[in-house]
Write a new protein. Structure first.
Length: 277
């Protein structure tokens, strides 16, 4: 059996968390990632019959959470209370590979959390988003949450209206409407770690791959870690540009008719109601 520390999904998680910490998106133990793995790729590195621990699936308050649609699925997940800056040097403590147990109320630990840890407290919210995204696109395997600085700053000075917020981001960089053509969903400030915010995020995930948690951070979903990281990275770059210019008169902008040319050129489906044509 191959060394789990050489597995591509472990290396990718190490590299991604390191990048997110370096960019300032995940201070202290802020942020979390879950990545749906295929059983065949897990079995190359682990004996899936060897369960280290059974852990109740719950966040702060998740008594009624039903995860049965994901029974038997495997995930690599960042741990609760873990600092992203430590993942690369000690993945076995800061990450875990788990399987959703029969009945959907527990998870089975197959590797990681060697200090007795458990998945992020927002794991239920992640699972809700996974289920929502898999209905839209069966290839969506990643849910990523972080606190990108400029995106957060923008929350305080821009209307938290999905159309207006998205339109402003689209105007900041030519690539934006191509990278996230469905726009950005927005939730008002809500208490984190609860079923309520998980359910609200999952509802938004039916239409968006990116959901802003007002005055908190952002949730992203995608097929790969690179794609999901890139989605958030593009929003953050656009938000940074906005924060640099928002208090100055704007002389130039990307016009809606120009954005239309972009989506037609690249053949992407976009939120037509988010443009004023």
């Amino acid at each position: 059996m191959k060394d789990i520390l050489t597995a591509p999904f472990v290396r990718e998680m190490c590299e991604t968390t390191a990048n997110m910490y370096r960019l300032g998106w995940d201070e202290r133990n802020g942020g979390n990632i879950s990545y749906l793995l295929h059983e065949d790729e897990v079995k190359e590195y682990l004996d899936t019959d060897k369960v280290l621990r059974t852990i109740p699936l719950m966040g702060v308050n998740a008594e009624d959470f039903d995860i049965t649609p994901l029974e038997g699925k495997y995930f690599i997940v960042t741990g609760t209370g873990k600092y992203f800056k430590n993942v690369e040097k000690d993945p076995e403590t800061n990450l875990g590979i788990v399987r959703i147990a029969k009945g959907g109320k527990n998870i089975e630990l197959l590797w990681g959390y060697k200090d007795g840890g458990r998945p992020t407290s927002e794991f239920p919210a992640h699972m809700m988003s996974h289920m929502a995204r898999l209905k839209v696109d069966p290839e969506n395997r990643v849910v990523m949450h972080c606190h990108p600085t400029n995106t957060l700053a923008m929350n305080f000075v821009h209307e938290l209206d999905e159309k207006k917020f998205t339109h402003t981001l689209w105007e900041m960089c030519t690539e934006c409407i191509v990278v996230f053509p469905e726009g950005v969903g927005i939730l008002p400030w809500m208490l984190c770690g609860t079923n309520s915010i998980g359910e609200a995020t999952a509802k938004k995930m039916a239409d968006f791959r990116l959901v802003v948690w007002a005055m908190h951070g952002i949730y992203g979903a995608g097929k790969t870690l690179d794609e999901t990281f890139g989605l958030i990275e593009t929003v953050e770059k656009a938000a940074q540009i906005y924060m640099l210019i928002c208090n100055r008169p704007r002389v130039n902008t990307i016009k809606d008719e120009d954005m239309l040319k972009l989506v037609e050129l690249f053949g992407v489906k976009y939120r037509k109601d988010f443009l004023d044509l």
